[in-house]
Design a protein. Structure first.
Length: 143
């Protein structure tokens, strides 16, 4: 039986894969808690938050507050090579930054104090972004 790698040895591709799912999960949960919406509207609101441009913006805002280990994860993930034209991303810089944010989210998921850092650095931004997405449309259905 193989021994799982230590946190600092984990592949940034694996971290980005996990972080992508966790970040989207957080956004979906927060949107669902805000009310009942048609699924096409939920998808559109989620897409405003879970996109390379928005994630790059978030990383730029929190990067000055990262500790050495967190900054190391971001640096490793940002330097990860990727296929040109991945997922229709307009900017390679945004794509690399979003990958770095996703790896950081997974880093937090896998370490004991990570949820607190996520709540401290990411949640306020998520809530503001979700507020903005909600403000762009109709009020929730009642029912």
């Amino acid at each position: 039986m193989s021994v799982p790698p230590m946190q600092g040895e984990r592949s940034v591709r694996t971290l980005a894969w996990l972080g992508d799912a966790e970040f989207e999960r957080e956004v979906r949960l927060r949107l669902a808690r805000r009310g009942d919406f048609p699924t096409d509207r939920l998808h559109a609101m989620k897409a405003r938050v879970v996109c390379a441009e928005a994630q790059a913006e978030l990383l730029a805002a929190i990067e000055p507050m990262l500790d050495e280990a967190e900054a190391g994860v971001v640096r490793r993930a940002r330097n990860l090579s990727h296929k040109p034209g991945s997922r229709g991303v307009r900017s390679t810089r945004d794509y690399r930054s979003s990958t770095a944010l996703e790896a950081l989210v997974a880093h937090w998921c896998l370490c004991t104090s990570g949820r607190g850092r996520f709540d401290e650095l990411v949640v306020p931004w998520l809530e503001a972004r979700i507020d903005a997405a909600l403000a762009m449309g109709k009020p929730p259905r009642r029912g």
